[in-house]
Design a protein around this ligand. Structure first.
Ligand code: CAA
Length: 396
């Protein structure tokens, strides 16, 4: 049985900040953010958007793209590190907004940016084991990345969600059973204490932790795949490599490291060919934590000019704290056309730019979002309206 991704959906906020504007406001050379970090724009959600609304919008796109009925879903897992409640999972809100069946197993996973991958791997095994009994899993990665205003992490924020329909009709990407390598280690590189809305990070150390985890997971993958040895660089077995993208430059550092492990004396030479297309959308959205690597996969499928049908793609997911996984998939016939048809680039182009004062106002307003009284006016299209009687209210 082949199992993998049948459809994908992406949601990003309607508003963004231009990184060159942010740099100037912070007294930093724009080149540092745009070239030094490799980010052009970052998505900034307004106050009617949260992890739930982004997740629901992405999930709806995935279901519509596959013409899948809500009743076909037997498992819904939302991976997030920016949940809206200490107890009730984001997945339950999404179930309600999408009208999923009551005969659906529903929960939330957390392990920093790895939480979505943990959910995806579990869903793949659920289908492979036969427990799915013909039903499909909906895995959603949804986050709003938030660091303090004026901190080094500020230009690496972003927001968005990626939803994936996982089934035994993997018409986008077959994920290869058994071909995964995991690396985990207790490190303090990035975290968010219970009392804080902003993430804390030991920035340069987090980069090193990411690279160490990449090395460990890549080595483990090679052992699991059982095809080490042979001619040339091991990573030339992949038509593309998709890394977790907290910011574009991190993918470049990752690729340099991986090719150096391969013994490549010119480790940057293959970057544009193997990685470039996966960074088109992330550079316009910023870090979306759990969904980051999957947005990069959507970017690859949407913007790579060459036909990837039947070709293998390497995927590297990293979650601080830490757990990482290197795994692989094979692109299916028609996958690129189907992802292109989602019109993601056009959606990104239609967003509205926020001025820096507008962005700072939004950041201040988001501090108190959880207690904001629910507005009386009815909205529509999966919007957060506020809280009434300690309950979050959403417009459908
Ligand atoms: N023009 C072009 N490039 C410039 C420049 C200019 N004028 N000025 C500086 N640069 C370059 C620097 O040379 C540097 O490039 P290299 O990394 O290739 O050397 C780059 O811009 C960044 O400069 P600094 O390292 O001085 O930047 P910083 O200290 O202010 O912060 C950061 C960088 C540590 C990544 C910070 O943004 C941060 O803490 N971000 C959040 C943490 C993060 O994303 N970590 C990634 C790994 S952890 C992970 O992946 C999980 C996750 O999602 C959070």
């Amino acid at each position: 049985m082949q199992v993998g991704l049948e459809a994908i959906g992406v949601a990003v906020p309607d508003t963004y900040v231009e990184l060159a504007d942010l740099a100037m406001a912070r007294g930093v050379a724009p080149g540092k953010y745009v070239d030094g970090l490799g980010v052009t724009r970052m998505g900034v959600p307004l106050v009617d958007e949260d992890t739930v609304t982004l997740a629901a919008r992405a999930a709806r796109m995935a279901l519509e793209s596959a013409r899948c009925s809500p009743d076909d879903i037997g498992l819904l897992v939302v991976g997030t590190e920016t949940a809206v409640d200490h107890s009730k999972p984001v997945a339950s809100y999404v179930q309600g907004l999408l009208g999923l069946s009551t005969r659906c197993r529903i929960f939330e996973t957390k392990h920093a940016c790895y939480g979505g991958t943990a959910a995806l791997q579990m869903a793949l095994d659920w289908v492979r084991s036969g427990s799915a009994k013909g039903r499909k899993a909906l895995i959603v990665c949804s986050d709003i990345a938030r660091y303090g205003v004026g901190t080094p992490g500020e230009p690496t924020q972003g927001a968005g969600a990626v939803a994936m329909l996982v089934s035994d009709h993997p018409s986008l990407v077959v994920l290869e059973a058994g071909k995964t390598g995991v690396y985990s280690k207790d490190v303090m590189d990035f975290w968010r204490p219970l009392y804080s809305k902003d993430a804390l990070v030991d920035g340069h150390y987090s980069v090193q932790c990411y690279l160490d985890a990449l090395e460990g997971a890549y080595r483990a993958y090679q052992e699991a795949a059982g095809d080490a040895g042979g001619e040339g660089a091991y990573s030339d077995r992949f038509a593309a490599l998709v890394y977790h993208v907290p910011y574009g430059k991190m993918s470049r550092k990752a690729h340099r490291h991986l090719r150096t492990l391969d013994g490549d004396a010119a480790p940057d030479a293959s970057f544009d060919r193997l990685v470039g297309h996966s960074l088109v959308m992330p550079s316009q959205v910023g870090n979306i934590y759990t969904g980051s690597m999957y947005l990069a996969l959507a970017s690859l499928l949407s913007s790579a000019p060459e036909d990837l049908t039947g070709k293998r793609v390497g995927l590297f997911s990293y979650g601080s704290g830490s757990c990482a996984e290197f795994f692989s998939g094979v692109v299916q016939d028609g996958a690129q056309a189907r992802v292109k048809a989602l019109g993601l680039e056009a959606k990104l182009a239609r967003r509205r730019a926020l001025s820096i004062p507008e962005y700072e106002d939004v950041m201040r307003a988001r501090e108190h979002l959880d207690e904001r009284p629910a507005a009386d006016a009815a909205g529509s299209g999966f919007r957060y309206q506020g809280t009434r009687d300690h309950k979050r209210i959403y417009a459908t």
